[in-house]
Ligand binder design. Sequence first.
Ligand code: ADP
Ligand code: MG
Length: 671
Amino acid sequence: MTANTDIQFLKGVGAKRAEILKSKGIDTVGALLRFFPRKYLDWTKITRVASAPFFENVCVKATITTPIETFETQRGIKIYKFMAEDESGRFTVSLFNQYFLASKLNVGREYLFYGKFDGGFFKQMNSPLIKETNYGGIEPIYTAGKSITSKTIEKLVKNALSMVQMPDVLPENIRKQNNLCDINYALQNIHFPKTKESFERAKRRLVFEELFCLQVALNVIKLKTHKQSGCVIKNNTFESFLGCLPFTLTNAQKRVVGECIADMQSGRPMSRLIQGDVGSGKTVVAAALCFVSAQNGYQSALMAPTEILAEQHYKTLLGIMENTGIKCGLLTGSLTKTKKLEIKAKLKNGEIDVIIGTHALIVNDVEFDNLGLVITDEQHRFGASQRDKLENKGVNPHKLVMSATPIPQTLSYILYGDLDISIMDEYPKGRQKIDTYSVDSSYRQRIYKYIKKFLTDGRQGYIVCPLVEENEELEITSANEYYEKLKNGEFRDYSLGLLHGKMSAREKEQVMTDFANGKIQLLIATTVIEVGIDVPNAVIMLIENAERFGLSQLHQLRGRIGRGQYKSDCILISDSNSPDTAQRLDVIKNSSDGFKIADYDLALRGPGDFLGNRQHGIPQMRIADIFADKQVLLDTGAQAKQLLLSDPTLKQPQNEALRAEVKDLYLKLNK
Ligand code: ADP
Ligand code: MG
């Protein structure tokens, strides 16, 4: 039996259990051994009854001194009650509906009781766990479920540990260098720790292993792109691009363009992420790079997640490139067939220099003459495989991804470990401050009046409807109702528009065009407006049920206003009176720094929720915590690089097990 043996063949697992285990992602014996306990119960540390604290889990060793009495409550709950004592004191024990357990207990015998004390004068313990006194171990508790208990998993793990020797993915020199135990000791002690020290030793090694493998995988990806030679930019024409702009670039914009051009001149393909808060002006950076590429004879592609955005970028780039002789094109799913064919033909024969589009760009029959640069905007909306598809349409083109979701440094290591990172931490001059308020719904009518004042003055605004978690249908129904209600009521004298995710691309585009042209004064929308929309005349935003949104999401939404010369207001409505919500909304009120907000968000919600339900590509960590274990993350990064220097393809025999593990991860990361 080896680590790769199908779980079905492990002693104690039949066809049915195998199915249950597989549904938990446990396909092999090795996977079972890497299914770590969620927590542990320490039965080795015995506390005296007299000195045991209240309301904390403790283990006491006590003798049952009275017969077990049975009561039944009015609701039919059976209570089994008895007294127990050690030499220091006594307490009452109550078991609820636990007939089986109660029937096995004997008066006069000593047991281990694990639970919390409460009560006043008399100590009492409700529903403790009870074991024979010879138990004396640290008990692992697994995330189980109705179909399989923690105890069963524990037994199976025991079987597996006794039958399999796992290969060690950490080469011996790495283990020695970092003073780490071997894998079989680690597995034995993560499941059944003998002592607290052996547990710590096991855990340290497993955390290291997990992060090390991740870092090796990320570095392999990086090496792959860095080896190949790219489409080299010989002629840096950035200076002449500046003449095409109606404004001067911010220092951050200049710096970031400089970093990109240096990459593109280096002889290797660029592989870079721009992280810039909403409104920091990423589009014009993209335009500059498309310009320079075109001047050097290469085509560029700019891919956006929605048609609205693609359309908007197209217009922006058309404007900038107007007198340059550079030809721009737009390719989206909603174009007519003839139009698509025409654009595709022009791309293939090189007539179009810069193509802007949506997913429509990655379909098979889109071909380029000489694709040198691929840019994806709001890249967290795309999977790596979608990016790859576009990149494969050229010969090692430069790639740039742009993200308006500021993420804390540690997280960007994981998400973008294969990319170099440029930060845009400056806003264009003359941007207005956005004031943010949070109120409860009793203010709604007053706020409507306030909004009307802006509309009457010629400004525009947004109302963001409640997010309905996991249910787009409901969300749209509620947005529809909200829209109808305002249109026929409070705002009947104004022109309103509605925007949601289930509208056809054409409908959305029409609404956005009308909004951009000022035909629509107030836009009722779901979160589809979250990304990238740029209408400088929109200066007021009302967000309903603000507590349902993540902080970063609120920040993104708010970034739709405050884009022009007018001062803007963002009003958050929430009737939640949980202190947690108050704290979160305070963060949004008091900060306009996306990175800071992201840090809070992360701290408040944890990494899993951080980027919402979207596909975010963070591999699920088994045991490492990328925040708590940040230092290990950094250390393993350096060691992974070093290892790959001496054995770039992991072909040396001592790296064989590592190679297999990394290959697996690599495929997952590149999905
Ligand atoms: P984001 O980084 O959120 O994608 P955009 O590229 O949409 O930001 O830019 C936001 C707005 O700022 C746009 O209206 C754009 O024209 C404007 N802008 C960008 N750079 C500058 C600049 N250097 N000076 C003045 N306005 C700028
Ligand atoms: Mg943008």
